[in-house]
Design a protein around this ligand. Structure first.
Ligand code: HEC
Length: 142
């Protein structure tokens, strides 16, 4: 438990540093999604995803975690369209393609929040071309 907490603090710290570096690049200053988006995403996640991935996003063999170092290794440093398309095209596994783009992006916002990315004043866009231009900052979670 203590180890997990320490890991989390390190994650936040590393994130703060890389995030500051990102600001120098004049990318989104304040966060990639709004708190309202992630709150709506939380409600949809609870109904459509939690049964398999867990309410805490921890997954469970063979279902992957959606908030974890492995998850970040896969999706950070890449365009957010990758995660958006993955969810929109293949999830929920029992009804793929059934989410609207707005719902999909709200779930993405909720997943970003669960991975310690901060909320901001600007909505995460719900179309793939716009999301393609937004790279999820790399944070190392050891
Ligand atoms: C019926 C169980 C089930 C439900 C419901 C479900 N998933 Fe999944 N999900 C899986 C399984 C199994 C995998 C791994 C195999 C695969 O990719 O299809 C997976 C993989 C994923 C991945 C890829 C993770 C990675 O490491 O690359 C994402 C992202 C994801 N799910 C998000 C969601 C979201 C968001 C929802 C709700 C809208 C959802 N899933 C609902 C079973 C489920």
């Amino acid at each position: 438990m203590i180890k997990a907490l320490l890991g989390l603090n390190l994650t936040v710290l590393t994130f703060a540093i890389s995030y500051a570096a990102l600001q120098d690049d004049a990318r989104p200053e304040a966060g990639l999604y709004t708190a309202a988006q992630s709150q709506r995403g939380n409600v949809i996640y609870a109904k459509r995803c939690a049964a398999c991935h867990g309410q805490d996003l921890a997954g469970g063999d063979p279902i992957p975690a959606l908030a974890s170092p492995d998850f970040l290794a896969k999706y950070s440093g890449r365009s957010l369209s990758v995660l958006f398309d993955r969810i929109g095209n293949t999830m929920p596994a029992d009804a793929p393609g059934s989410l609207t783009p707005a719902e999909t992006v709200e779930i993405v916002a909720f997943i970003l929040k669960a991975n310690q990315y901060p909320a901001g004043a600007t909505c995460l866009p719900s179309d793939a071309p716009a999301l393609e231009k937004l790279v999820l900052p790399k944070i190392s979670a050891h």
